[in-house]
Design a protein around this ligand. Structure first.
Ligand code: NAD
Length: 282
């Protein structure tokens, strides 16, 4: 434990992030002196490629850790001295811990999503899952779904090469599970056959409303999960719930990544339920 924790978040367009509030409230409840700062690349007039210089400076300034978000999660893979094996397999870093001057990269997004699946969708079938969106969040959800034993995972993205690349990466780590990229022509059929549907595109966010696929295609009893968490009740979540599907909103993943980050940074045991209640009251 440190006497005082200085932590930050590097990304673009993050000035309204709820992550500082989540960390600081829970750290205070744990009796820690903890300060969480936002380093918005746009505000700082920096480019994504400047993340390395910002990390080096944070290290010099005595930061305990730095969360990393869009668009730097992949860039940071090559900038750390040591990579957690899951972060390496998944191919993205959202947490850098400064340990005796060394940079250690982790990914807590997938842990947050995994924990959310287990707690928020108990008994969910992972027989046949379809995921729409294969960017940063999608890499974490795919890794979590396969770690939870998804027997078949169909991966869709308007950018076909993203679905193909993620499929290839996941296949190399989960060789006994079926992982397939699905082109635009196959999305409807994949959704209608799935026992679970995961949405991981930015559609449905406050300033980006809409739904990425036809919700009425989802078969009866199948579960639906959204990574978007602002708002918590996206149009997808609202319509899926109205159709009677078990739903998991993006809040669990958001809280779960903060919970796991705080635990790794401090070595303390945060109270997940308290964090969840606090987040939902924000
Ligand atoms: P990203 O840009 O890395 O990836 C988005 C992907 O979606 C891209 O590959 C894009 O081609 C694809 N896409 C866009 N529109 C599509 C459509 N209509 N159909 C199919 N594919 C489409 O973005 P990201 O960092 O993965 O973020 C995605 C969302 O996830 C954002 O809303 C972000 O806020 C959210 N997110 C949530 C959490 C959480 O903890 N809940 C964590 C990370 C990101």
């Amino acid at each position: 434990t440190r006497a005082h924790y200085l932590v930050g978040l590097i990304g673009e367009g993050i000035t309204a992030s709820l992550t500082p509030l989540m960390h600081e409230a829970e750290a205070a409840a744990l009796g820690l002196e903890y300060e969480y700062r936002i380093l918005d690349l746009i505000q700082l007039r920096k480019r994504p490629e400047d993340v390395g210089a910002l990390l080096a400076e944070a290290n010099r300034l005595g930061y305990a850790a730095m969360n990393i978000t869009h668009p730097c999660k992949r860039l940071v893979l090559d900038l750390v001295d040591e990579l957690d094996p899951d972060a390496e397999r998944l191919g993205a870093v959202n947490l850098v811990v400064f340990e005796a001057g060394r940079l250690i990269g982790y990914n807590t997004d997938w842990m947050g999503y995994r924990d959310g699946l287990i707690a928020g969708l108990p008994g969910a079938s992972f027989e046949r899952v379809v995921q729409v969106g294969c960017g940063g969040a999608g890499a974490a959800t795919a890794y979590a779904l396969l770690s939870c034993g998804a027997a078949r995972l169909d991966l869709c993205d308007v950018d076909r090469t993203r679905a193909e690349e993620l499929s290839e990466r996941m296949r190399s780590h989960f060789p006994t599970q079926t992982i397939a990229p699905v082109g635009a022509e196959g999305v409807a059929a994949a959704i209608s056959r799935a026992t679970g549907v995961v949405h991981a595109t930015p559609l449905g966010m406050l300033h980006n409303p809409g739904v990425a696929f036809d919700v009425s295609l989802i078969s009866k009893g199948s579960w639906v999960s959204d990574v978007v968490y602002r708002p918590l009740e996206t149009e997808l979540i609202r319509r899926a719930a109205r159709q009677g599907h078990p739903v998991l909103d993006g809040g669990r993943m958001a809280v779960g990544q903060a919970y796991a980050s705080l635990q790794i940074i401090t070595g303390e045991q945060p109270d997940r339920d308290r964090m969840e209640r606090h987040f939902r009251a924000l």
